[in-house]
Design a protein around this ligand. Structure first.
Ligand code: HEC
Length: 101
């Protein structure tokens, strides 16, 4: 491998590694949240969760979202005691916002 190819390989490796925190957020969402909100954020009828892919489903504020994650809302229990802090809750809200394209 010449140095140019090595440099390109290294740069792409770094670019993949950079959003590691985001990968954790996605993993948290998939394991803890997707059962009620859906892996694609569309929600589950049985849970009466909102469809996060629509503008209608995103009509809550970031602060409401963080509060719901930490303290719970309706059938959802708060995650504060389960190791999700405010910073993690904010990242989850940002992750949920991305369901709406
Ligand atoms: C037991 C099912 C359940 C689980 C698990 C769950 N939620 Fe919820 N969640 C709900 C319900 C029900 C509501 C209230 C209805 C609604 O508004 O969608 C809600 C509301 C919310 C809200 C407030 C915005 C809104 O839709 O009103 C956010 C943000 C949210 N959940 C994120 C999460 C995240 C992040 C996780 C994982 C850490 C999670 N939820 C896990 C059921 C659940």
């Amino acid at each position: 491998m010449n140095w140019k190819i090595k440099a390109i390989a290294l740069t792409s490796a770094l670019m993949i590694a950079a959003p590691a925190a985001y990968g954790d957020t996605a993993a948290t969402y998939d394991s803890k949240c997707a059962s009620c909100h859906g892996k694609d954020g569309k929600g589950k009828k049985a849970m009466k969760t909102l469809d996060y892919t629509t503008a209608e489903g995103q009509k809550w504020s970031d602060a409401d979202g963080v509060k719901a994650i930490l303290e719970g809302k309706e059938k959802m229990k708060g995650y504060k005691e389960k190791g999700i802090d405010e910073a993690a809750a904010k990242e989850l809200v940002a992750y949920i916002r991305k369901f709406k394209k």
